[in-house]
Design a protein around this ligand. Structure first.
Ligand SMILES: [Zn+2]
Ligand SMILES: [Zn+2]
Ligand SMILES: [Zn+2]
Length: 74
């Protein structure tokens, strides 16, 4: 799961300590992705993609953990 407030993985917005939402694209507050003209900056791995990218190594890591927990046969 990805928090829709701070864009990080591992908790939902109800458990988020961030007082205000940050931009999915650049990870900064005060605007939304639609109004963002900054270069993509992932808050999870600090890479040059958006926090919602499914190419994010942190996202793939979480996916792998989830798959392991559910116990999908390989
Ligand atoms: Zn959060
Ligand atoms: Zn932004
Ligand atoms: Zn990333």
């Amino acid at each position: 799961m990805r928090c829709c407030t701070c864009q990080r993985y591992g908790h939902g917005k109800d458990r988020c300590k961030k007082p205000a939402a940050v931009c999915v694209r650049c990870g900064k507050g005060g605007h939304v992705e639609r109004d963002c003209s900054a270069d993509p900056h992932c808050v999870n791995c600090l890479g040059d993609h958006t926090a919602s990218s499914n190419m994010c190594p942190k996202f793939l890591e979480k996916q792998a953990i989830l798959r392991y927990r559910i116990g999908v046969p390989s």
